[in-house]
Design a protein around this ligand. Structure first.
Ligand SMILES: [Zn+2]
Length: 190
């Protein structure tokens, strides 16, 4: 008795072929025509030719392995199992779906690298910007001038005004009498 095993799928158009196992009754009744119906032309000719010298005995032998031959013929033609066919069919769309998650994966990796100290925070930000597609360092120019005003450069030292206590650049002070730019008070320069 033959047993239905699975469906084989044509790699291009997905047309289905039943795959069986065991003794093939249809092959016993149809003989070489069974092979012809399956498109197995080599076996069609062979089973027909062998039937003559064997006085038809081969007709009863072929059904025992006809299904195995059919299955291997399908594999040779590039037929896929149901699983392979579905994987191939959904292959295109899973790639599209995996793209946003891969960006998230990359970000997670980068953030882990930053935490490990492999990447600096600015390196992390520029990599993140590349991944997301936004221009990097938009905040940085806004931060820098603020810091530059708050922290005076070393080559431009200041001194507190004796009246208002606000910082005055020493470079402004002339020798002799000076006027504080903040309070207008008189300061004696050195
Ligand atoms: Zn002052």
């Amino acid at each position: 008795m033959s047993k239905y095993v699975a469906k084989a799928f044509h790699p291009v158009n997905g047309s289905q072929e039943d795959v069986w196992e065991g003794f093939s009754w249809p092959c016993l009744f149809l003989g070489c025509f069974w092979f012809a119906a399956k498109g197995m032309w080599g076996w069609t000719v062979l089973s027909f030719l062998v039937a003559v010298p064997s006085f038809g005995v081969s007709w009863f032998i072929f059904p025992f392995f006809a299904n195995v031959l059919h299955a291997s013929s399908l594999r040779k033609q590039g037929y896929l199992t149901e699983k392979e066919w579905h994987a191939k069919k959904t292959g295109g769309s899973t790639q599209e779906r995996s793209e946003p998650s891969s960006v998230a994966d990359e970000l997670a990796k980068l953030s882990a690298l930053m935490k490990q100290g492999v990447l600096t925070e600015t390196e992390f930000r520029s990599q993140k910007a590349k991944l997301i597609g936004t221009p990097p360092v938009q905040q940085a120019p806004a931060e820098r001038p603020l810091k530059a005003e708050a922290v005076p450069p070393i080559d431009n030292p200041t001194t507190p005004c004796p009246m208002c206590r606000k910082q005055i650049r020493i470079a402004w002070l002339k020798v002799g009498e000076n006027i504080c730019p903040h309070c207008g008070g008189k300061i004696i320069g050195e």
